[in-house]
Design a protein around this ligand. Structure first.
Ligand code: ZN
Ligand code: ZN
Ligand code: ZN
Length: 376
């Protein structure tokens, strides 16, 4: 199977996979499937945007007329059908679907991110159709990145890495500042390093670090605090689609107490074991298992309260998910986080996260900032 870039290639792969799994029509609205396939990202407006892809005819993009100027030149890949304010876009979409007249009861895969109102309207207009989620078509294709996508992910990772390094070098003041102030500082730096958007900048200090997705707040950082910083954004290379970064580093203000140091050694060994296990041919759950085993053996298994990682690409969280029960086999081109954490409620938390790409020769970490427990 070829994984070279290019939207034409992607359309072919989509159609092949639709045929394989018995999907007659694919309908894409908001979310990342549409930009992945066409280069166009629809704003999540109430007005309907829907790309109709069937197995034979040229795809049609039904788009609000006022949004049509934002659609990149389709160059023979699809037809743009702008709709005016007095037209019914659901009727238009249904009419395009019905052009595959040979199919009496089509199976239609519809965007996981389409509004429920759009789907309910289409179900009323196409009562004989069988409906499935678009991700059944797109997720296995999108999860394996082509070389251009790896390049974009590497650039996003390098930008996040520079911010992590600034944090570890003491360029981001901590003591006396609130978590919210530190979070805003990290966000500014993500933008300065080239991200167009900041998706999150979690700062969990002291006991707050024990909540993995802590909302940075008014708590001021004190000497002795362990501070979990998990941040990422979206970075587009020369006008291309934006790809996501995501990194976590844990730092400590002053000398850590011995228990913190011991926990961190376990965390670092667990993350290393997870990364080393991430190879083509192993299951997603095996990577989670490799990581978790190290923490279990240290007697801290019940303190690692989330999955080991998530795929990353046009979205921060996408397939494949590294979690017990996911028997999906990893392959070259899969890119995901490996991010074990250890959380002691009321006391402190810690997490270490890198983005890892599976290459021909094994795992490659795209994020490279120091993995030691840096003392500031
Ligand atoms: Zn998270
Ligand atoms: Zn993260
Ligand atoms: Zn993550």
């Amino acid at each position: 199977m070829s994984r070279s870039g290019g939207a034409g290639d992607r359309l072919e792969r989509v159609r092949r996979h639709m045929a394989d799994i018995g999907v007659d029509v694919l309908l894409l609205s908001h979310g990342a499937d549409l930009p992945w396939l066409t280069g166009y990202r629809a704003m999540p407006l109430e007005r309907l945007t829907m790309l109709v892809v069937d197995l034979a005819e040229e795809p049609v993009l039904v788009v609000p007329a006022l949004e049509a100027p934002r659609v990149p030149d389709p160059a023979g890949r699809f037809t743009v059908r702008p709709w005016g304010e007095t037209e019914d876009p659901l009727e238009l979409t249904a009419a395009v679907v019905r052009r595959s007249a040979a199919i009496s009861a089509p199976t239609i895969a519809v965007s996981d991110r389409a509004w429920a109102a759009s789907l309910l309207g289409l179900q009323r207009l196409l009562p004989d159709a069988r409906w499935v989620a678009a991700s059944t078509v797109t997720a296995p294709l999108r999860s394996r990145k082509d070389p251009d996508e790896i390049t974009a992910l590497r650039a996003a990772a390098a930008a996040a890495d520079r911010v992590a390094t600034q944090l570890q070098q003491g360029a981001v003041p901590l003591v006396g500042r609130s978590e919210a102030e530190v979070s805003a500082d990290l966000a500014d730096r993500l933008r300065r390093e080239g991200h167009q958007e900041v998706n999150f900048a979690i700062v969990g200090s002291g006991p707050n670090g024990a909540s993995p997705h802590h909302e940075p707040g008014a708590r001021r950082i004190h000497p002795g605090d362990v501070v979990v910083c998990d941040f990422g954004g979206t970075l587009a290379l020369h006008g291309g689609a934006g790809y996501c970064s995501d990194i976590t580093r844990t730092v400590v203000v002053g000398q850590p107490d011995p228990e913190v140091r011991d926990c961190y050694e376990v965390l670092r060994a667990a993350q290393q074991a997870g990364v080393a296990a991430a190879r083509a041919g192993v299951t997603a759950e095996a990577v989670d298992g490799a990581c978790r085993r190290v923490i279990d053996e240290a007697g801290l298994g019940d303190r690692f309260i989330h999955r080991t990682g998530h795929g990353i690409g046009l979205e921060e969280h996408e397939d494949p998910y590294l979690v017990a029960g996911n028997t999906e086999v990893l392959a070259e081109g899969h890119v995901f986080s490996v991010e074990p954490g250890i959380y002691l409620p009321g006391r402190f938390g810690m997490r270490l996260e890198d983005i890892v790409a599976i290459g021909a020769d094994g795992p490659e970490r795209l994020t490279q900032a120091d993995r030691a427990l840096v003392e500031l």
